[in-house]
Design a protein around this ligand. Structure first.
Ligand code: G6P
Length: 612
């Protein structure tokens, strides 16, 4: 999984490629590189680590040209190193290529190429592509596009590629299957990128390429062809996203900025989905959901990572508000399951990026089975948004920090809205209840402000426990999803081991680990399981475990059970995940800071995982 870019035009080539890559760094930052053509001269520059390293090398060894490609890598095949960094070249250094995706039959193709005396410099699957193109050109393909088409026929797997040929110096060829790829159409200039966010500062005119389409791009013009070499029609879409929010606005990290953005974000979402004067739903927002859900008898949510945790809360919401059996599936597991869902199931895919390969592949599989699909996406125009029967945008705005924070609460908010809508549609929720639920949601932003006001207290608590290496996150009921999310945040940004359990489960095994070196973050807010949680806290204390309790404001009793207490305001149990999420995010952020971790770009991670 990686980000790729390309450019043909008159701008400063390394500046435009670097800037575009910067906006794709969320896809990986193990290494980066660019290649440019200046007439028949090929320039290549690659570095390990973040783009700053590449920028520094480029400042010392500048490149020239009006045509170029670039890459930012998240290592799959081959360790993160300079030789494995893209772009890759053929044996003779005439061709150069960047690739995002995974070539599944690469071992077989590599062996075949080796027998034909191809010399490989890297351990990547990507390098084989440029050698196959080389082969086809040698065998008589009349130009780069013809050689690329032949090459695509040999590849199995997912890819988005962009390639240059020294002998056709005014041209770039780009193609895709499975991985996303767009063209940005400017005035006398054309951009190529893994997604539109990379090119928005230059142009908002975007062509979303389809699978097996090949774009041939020359100075100021392009055409799109299919595998038969015939021209195909394409649409130019206008994207109107706001990119101003891609600044830190005085916060030390994007993660902290995004944590603080949540109340304002939810206020805005509220005004988009609900009428504030009478606490009703804006039905136009839900018309697509209505179309696909009139006769459903079951909901199946599929997602990965943080989005999966939002889906777990979704299961509670749909079962409680809509009285519909709801399953929650990890996307990467769906492919291998014996599927028993009926045609009356509604599939809800939850994904911030809309590009996660596991989620996308599961979606495609479920659609092939004839199931109807709705996606909850943040990134407008993303692949999953486009490939679902209907999309419900969560409107979190751009999320830059790799660890998801505001997209999580926006996903929860979307699930509450849909739950209230479907519950009303199915007559489970009466009119008066509907208004009171919506009213309660309208209080959430101000309650979130109250949680954020405790930031310094949570930070002090995080600093106190930052040196410990083992954490349990415990909760019951709807907040078990938040326990998982809190543990995930700690692992992601602070590189600390954390396991989450439904609190009742610890006595069935994990309790052997409880000792004074184990920190238990326990969600003990006012709920139907509060008393039971207290029993679990007793069990931990009896074994000298340390407890950080997240409890409801005003609860003095909890101090007898916990070493430290973080208070949040009261909200009814069903909505509590929206508030509980915040102290967990803040806690992980400050533990990471105390441990000197790169909060916005944690090691080995990428924001959008476009490989299976
Ligand atoms: C990656 C990210 C996670 C994210 C997951 C799912 O693993 O590091 O933060 O939750 O992908 O991403 P999605 O875009 O599908 O929500």
């Amino acid at each position: 999984m990686c980000g790729i870019v390309g450019y043909i035009g008159k701008r400063n080539i390394s500046k435009v490629l670097l800037e575009s890559l910067q906006r794709l760094e969320y896809r990986g930052y193990d290494s980066s590189g660019i290649a440019t053509l200046d007439n028949n001269d090929l320039y290549l520059c690659r570095e390990t680590g973040c783009l700053e390293n590449l920028a520094a090398t480029l400042a010392e060894y500048p490149v020239k040209g009006n045509v170029g490609i670039g890459h930012t890598r998240w290592a799959t095949h081959g360790e993160p190193s300079k030789v494995n960094a893209h772009p890759h070249t053929d044996c003779e250094n005439n061709l150069v290529l960047v690739h995002n995706g995974i070539i599944e039959n690469y071992a077989e193709l590599r062996n075949k190429l080796k027998k034909n005396n191809h010399k490989f410099r890297s351990n990547t699957d990507s390098e084989i592509i440029v050698h196959i193109i080389e082969d086809y050109l040698k065998k008589g393909a009349k130009n780069l596009e013809e050689a690329v088409i032949c090459t695509l026929m040999d590849l199995k797997g997912a890819y988005a590629i962009a390639a240059l040929n020294k002998n056709e110096p005014e041209k770039m060829v780009a193609a895709k299957n499975g991985s996303s790829l767009i063209l940005g159409i400017g005035k006398n200039e054309i951009f190529v990128a893994s997604d539109a966010s990379a090119v928005i500062p230059y142009t908002r005119q975007i062509v979303f390429l389809e699978d097996y389409q090949i774009a041939i791009i020359e100075q100021g013009k392009f055409n799109v062809i299919n595998l038969n070499g015939n021209n195909v029609a394409y649409n130019v879409s206008l994207v109107d996203w706001d990119i101003d929010s891609a600044q830190k606005d005085g916060y030390a990290h994007f993660m902290l900025k995004e944590i603080h953005a949540q109340p304002k974000m939810l206020k805005k979402i509220l005004s988009e989905k609900f009428n504030s004067d009478n606490f009703s739903l804006k039905l136009s927002e839900f018309s697509k959901i209505k179309k696909y859900s009139a006769d459903i008898n079951q909901i199946v949510i599929q997602a990965c990572g943080t989005s999966f945790h939002a889906g777990m809360v979704g299961k509670f919401i749909f079962e409680y508000f809509v009285n519909l059996h709801t399953d929650i599936e990890i996307s990467s597991e769906i492919k291998y399951k014996h599927f028993i869902y009926s045609k009356k199931s509604l599939i809800i895919s939850i994904t911030q990026s809309g590009e996660t390969a596991d989620t996308l592949i599961a979606l495609r599989q479920l659609r092939r089975k004839g199931l109807r699909t709705i996606s909850l996406c943040n990134v407008v125009g993303s692949t999953i948004a486009r490939e679902s029967d209907a999309v419900f945008y969560i409107h979190a705005g751009p999320e830059i920090g790799v660890a998801s924070t505001k997209a999580y609460t926006a996903q929860l908010f979307a699930l509450y809205s849909i739950g209230i809508f479907l519950g009303t549609l199915k007559r489970i929720i009466k009119k008066s209840l509907k208004s009171s639920l919506i009213k309660e949601l309208t209080f959430i932003p101000s309650l979130m402000h109250k949680v954020l006001a405790s930031e310094q207290q949570i930070a002090a608590c995080a600093k106190k426990y930052a040196k410990y290496n083992d954490f349990f996150y415990l909760a019951r009921g709807i907040n078990y999803a938040n326990a998982l999310e809190g543990a995930l945040k700690l692992k992601e940004v602070a590189y600390v081991h954390a396991s989450a359990y439904p609190a009742g489960e610890i006595k069935h095994g994990p309790i052997t680990l409880v000792c004074k070196e184990l920190i238990c973050v326990c969600i003990v807010t006012e709920s139907s399981t509060y008393e039971k949680m207290l029993f679990n806290l007793e069990e931990i204390k009896a074994r000298h475990g340390r407890v950080i309790a997240i409890a409801t404001e005003g609860n003095q009793e909890i101090k007898n059970y916990a070493d430290d207490v973080i208070y949040i305001p009261y909200v009814q149990e069903i909505f509590s995940p929206l508030l509980v999420a915040l102290p967990l995010q803040i806690f992980a952020y400050y533990v990471a800071l105390a441990r000197g971790c790169n909060v916005d770009k944690p090691r080995n991670l990428a924001k959008s995982v476009t490989v299976e």
